[in-house]
Every structure is written in C-alpha cells, then in structure tokens.
Design a protein around this ligand. Structure first.
Ligand SMILES: Nc1ncnc2c1ncn2[C@@H]1O[C@H](COP(=O)(O)OP(=O)(O)OP(=O)(O)O)[C@@H](O)[C@H]1O
Length: 573
C-alpha cells in the first residue's frame, strides 16, 4: 500500500473529483425511479383526456426526467474521463518504475527469470491492475451508492413492500451462498480428479493390463465430477432466475393488493419495480466486480513485489580509486565460483591469476572451461563464492560497480551490442559527455572512420535494430571505438574477432592491438591465433590455472597448451 500510494498521491486531486462526480451520478439514479413513477401517474391520469391536455400535463415531468438523465450522462462522462486519466498516469508511472527496478537488478536475476515473465509484468499485469483499479472506483462506488440509495427510495415508496423484501432477500441470498459453497466444493472435487488423472489417462506402464482399465476408470470419474458440476451450475442458474422473477411477481401481487386498498398509486408501484431492478443489477455487478478486483490485486501484488526487489549487487555505491592512482593491477586470489542458477556445479575452483598493469594476459582453454566467467566476475556481474578479486589492491567487492563498468573496464565481446540509433550515438555511449571531435578520434583509432564517412549519412547513419545494417567487422570496429572513447584502464577482449572472416579479422585485429596499447588487457581466446602480443598466457582447466607462461615457455613445456596448439593446427585454424 505505501508503495502504491507513491504512484497514487500525485493523482489525488483528479481522483477525488472523479469520486465526487461518480457519487453524484449514482445519487441521480436514486432519483430516477421516483420521477419515473410521477410521470407514470400523470400519464395514467391523462390517459382518458384530450391529446392537448395530455401533452401539457406530461411535458413538465418528462422534461424534468430528461434533465436528470442529461445531468447523469454529463457526470458519468466526467468521472470516467478523469478516472481514465488517473489510471493511465498511475499505470505509466508504475511501468516506468518497474522498468528502472528491472534495470537495477544483477545479471543473476535475469539468468533465473524468463524474459516472457518480465514482459507480462510490464504489460499484462499493469494493464490488469489499472483496469481493476478504475473499475473498483467507478463501478464499486456506483453500485454501492445505488444499492443503499435505492433501498431508501424503496422504503419511502412503500414501507410495507420494503419490509417484505427485507425478509425475502436475506433468505434468498443465504440460500444462494449455501448453493454457491456447495458448487465450489463440487468444482474443487472435479479439479482434483482432473489433476490426478490429467497427466495421463493411460498409465505409462500398464502392469498386467491393469493400466488401461485404471485409465478408463480415472477418465470416467473425472467425467462424473464434471457432469455433477455442470448439473449443479444449471440448477443454480435456473433457481436464481426463478427466485428473481418470483420477487418481481410477488411485488406486483402484493403491490396490486395495496393499490386496491388505495395505499399505493400505479406510479409508486412502477417506481418500486424500477428501484428494485436497480438494486438487483447493482448486487449482480458487485459480485462480478469482486472477481475482477481480486484478479487486479494479485496482478498489482506481482508488480509491486518486483518493484521492491533489492539487487544483490547494487548498481551504484561503493568506493572509487582516484584517476591518478589507477594503474590497472588486477589479481584473482583463490576465487571459486558457481552460477547462482547451478549452485552445485563449480565453474572456477581456487582460481588465481595476476594481470600486471599495462600488459596483456591471455586466458585460453577448452570451450566451457570458464574463460568468459572470469571476465564476468571482473565486471562484478556475479560475486565469487569464495576468494577475492582486487584492483590496485582494493577488493572490487567494495568498489562502485557503475564506476567500475563505466570508467575502468572496457569490454569488447564476440557479438557487440549496438542500439538502433546513429553511429555517433552508438560510439558516444562509451562516454556520454564526449564531444564530436572525441568521437571522430576514437573512430579513427578503431579504424572505423573511413567506412563511416563512406556512408551517405556518415556518422548520422542509423545502424538498425542491434546493428543489422552493418557487417560483423564494421559492428566490431564501432564497439572498439566506443571502448576507446571510454579510455578504460582495463580492457577485456572476449573472442572479439572470432565471428569475423579472415579479411575483417585482420582489420579488427590491428585496431585491437592499437586499442590495447598502454592498458591492462584480459584477452579471452578460444582460437589461439588471436593471442599474438600477449605477455602471459594462462591455460584454464578444471576451473583453475593449469599452466602459465609465454608462448615459447609453454610450447617448450609440452603440456596442455602445446596439446591445444597441436589440436587446433590439425583442425586448420
Ligand atoms: N549464466 C549462466 N548460468 C549457468 N551456467 C552458466 C552460465 N554461463 C555459463 N555457464 C556455464 O559455466 C561454464 C563456463 O562457461 P563460460 O562461458 O565461462 O566458458 P568459456 O570457457 O568462456 O566457453 P567458450 O570458449 O565456449 O566461450 C559452462 O559450463 C557454462 O555452461
């Protein structure tokens, strides 16, 4: 409620106005039966007179009724329009808040949550909540006030008839509730039978032929349950129709005898019947409304639950290292890690590795060995299960993740992420405040300036959804330009050229080597041909560094690295 209140508070004035208009419209409903009754009385009185007298007499009450109808229409228009506005604003603000709450979550949250589920929260659930909210205010108010108001009119029209109604109605409502409870029991039974036999009507292993017979018996029981429920519902609907019409018939019967004794006019009886019908309709719409409100409340609860979710690794907050003392010395100390979605499956175990400042360290190893996981831990997308990772002696668990990802680490992956906007904006994403000149310089360094300027729109070329209007090599060089604009102290290259053909790879490789100069580089390589220029090569096997050294040292040792080289040369890569 307090969270929902934050969305509702700014709309309070409009909401109050809507409530006042809705109450006004509902109260007019109470007046309508009385006016109708008066009109009927006038009509009955003039029925045997001249047409001219009839028209003169009827005009005034008819116009009065018409005025009330018009006023009611106007008020209804007002409150529905206001409520639509309030509902849209509340839902819009909730959607925005939910979207930012989702963006705040750590990567592990998205591993464990299906995208479809989040889309449903953002669209269907908020929509459902909004509709129920509007309905609860408009219809709830209308039906509530109508019921109360009409009972007052009923009493004023005929206390005797109302007294009879007050005896009959509770008895009928009680009987309805009793039958409803009985039907719910039947429905639960039918559901249980369906659940028990729904997985398979014919058991998978029919021991000695019993399965088929058992299956048929199960299907038979389920059909019995459903049939009984169907019969119950049919009987309930038939009986409730009979009861409602019985009330109308009873009212006319008793009302007629009151008319005979001059205790009630025909108009009063007409008013009574109209008011009675309004009460019936209001009660019916309240019961339908309850179901809708329950659905809306659970949809709202699902949305608010996500809104209150606090990320395990907050996006912001923590220490930063001043630019002048940032060297880019990274150390993994006895790190162990399992993905939260697979806690029993260790990816890294006692993994230790040092990345000296301004040097390139390559991690190689078999596919699925955990190379990309090392990069994800360095970016704090996940937290190690044990051990620490330090940057210039500071544990990164205490550093501000936004600062770390935004200013310290540049990341170029196999599949660069481009946004469906201009090349200029895509590169500027690396440093939002960068000038045009800085963007051109970064593109030149990434060997992208030439092909960008060859496009008719130049830097204003729109790259299409996820960069579909560009080739793989072009996308990759834009990603490099973006990383260079950020000017990060640490650069992670995760198989950055593996998706490119030989020619594009050469161009991107050259750009990468220029980008790597003067930075600490973590080079993740599946194909060993991409690790030229690495100062140190670490071979990852079974979650830890199995061997480390220069290319020559490792070849001389004849271990795992030499074996990988031999295998890849044989494969022709
Ligand atoms: N989000 C995740 N949730 C659960 N398990 C994951 C997740 N990402 C990776 N893994 C598992 O962790 C292990 C290491 O994956 P990782 O991507 O780090 O390997 P890699 O060495 O980079 O592989 P490749 O060279 O094929 O890219 C794999 O067994 C993989 O199935």
């Amino acid at each position: 409620w307090p969270l929902f209140w934050t969305f509702l508070r700014p709309q309070l004035l409009a909401l109050s106005a809507a409530v006042v208009l809705a109450l006004g419209a509902a109260l007019l409903n109470v007046r309508i039966p009385v006016l109708l009754g008066q009109l009927v009385d006038v009509v009955a009185r003039c029925a045997r007179g001249h047409v001219a007298t009839y028209l003169r007499e009827v005009r005034r009450p008819a116009l009065r009724l018409l005025a009330v109808y018009c006023l009611q229409g106007l008020l209804t228009f007002g409150y529905i329009a206001l409520l639509a506005r309030v509902g849209e604003r509340v839902a819009g603000n909730m959607r925005k808040a939910l979207f930012s709450a989702l963006l705040r979550q750590e990567v592990a949250f998205f591993d464990a949550t299906r995208t479809g589920q989040l889309v449903t929260r953002l669209t269907a659930d908020i929509q459902e909540f909004k509709s129920s909210f509007k309905l609860a205010v408009s219809q709830g108010l209308r039906s509530g006030t109508q019921t109360a108001g009409c009972f007052v009119s009923l009493y004023l029209l005929s206390p005797k008839l109302t007294g009879l109604l007050l005896v009959a109605l509770p008895a009928l409502v009680g009987a309805g509730a009793f039958i409803g409870a009985f039907l719910r029991g039947l429905s639960r039974q039918a559901q249980e039978q369906a659940a028990a036999w729904g997985v398979s009507d014919v058991p998978a292993v029919p021991a000695g032929g019993q399965g088929h017979r058992g299956g048929r018996r199960g299907a038979g029981q389920r059909a019995d349950g459903a049939e009984q429920l169907g019969l119950g519902i049919a009987a309930f609907q038939g009986l409730s129709n009979l009861a409602l019409n019985g009330i109308v018939l009873g009212t006319i019967f008793v009302g007629g005898s009151l008319m005979a004794g001059d205790q009630l006019s025909p108009g009063d009886l007409m008013s009574f019947l109209v008011a009675l019908q309004t009460v019936q309709r209001s009660l019916a719409s309240i019961s339908i409304l309850m179901g809708q409100v329950v659905r809306g409340l659970s949809a709202g609860a699902r949305v608010l639950e996500l809104l209150r979710l606090e990320p395990l690794v907050p996006l912001q907050g923590g220490a930063t290292i001043p630019a002048h003392s940032l060297l880019g010395h990274i150390s993994f100390n006895h790190v162990s890690f399992s993905y939260p979605t697979r806690p029993g499956y260790p990816v890294l175990q006692d993994f230790s590795l040092t990345l000296p400042p301004c040097q390139t360290v390559a991690i190689v190893g078999p596919s699925g060995g955990g190379k990309s996981t090392v990069a994800a831990l360095l970016e704090r997308f996940y937290e190690p299960t044990a051990g620490t990772i330090t940057l210039d002696g500071h544990d990164i668990a205490g550093l501000d993740p936004s600062w770390l990802r935004g200013q310290v680490i540049g990341f170029i992956s196999q599949e660069p992420v481009l946004f469906g906007t201009t090349i200029m904006e895509n590169i500027r994403f690396g440093k939002p405040g960068a000038s045009d000149a800085e963007v051109y310089e970064a593109a030149r360094l990434a060997d992208a300036d030439g092909f960008i300027r060859s496009f008719p729109e130049g830097y204003n070329t729109v790259v299409g959804e996820r960069g579909t209007a560009l080739s793989g090599g072009q996308k990759q060089r834009i990603a490099i330009a973006r990383a260079l604009l950020k000017d990060p102290a640490v650069l992670i290259l995760d198989e950055a050229t593996s998706a490119l053909d030989a020619q594009a790879e050469l161009a991107v490789q050259a750009a990468l080597e220029r980008a790597a100069a003067g930075r600490t580089v973590l080079l993740i390589a599946h194909r060993l041909s991409t690790i030229r220029g690495a100062h140190l090569i670490a071979v990852l096997a079974r979650g830890r560094v199995a061997e480390a050294g220069t290319h020559e040292e490792l070849l001389r040792r004849g271990g795992l690295y030499a074996e990988l080289i031999r295998r890849q040369t044989k494969e022709g890569s």
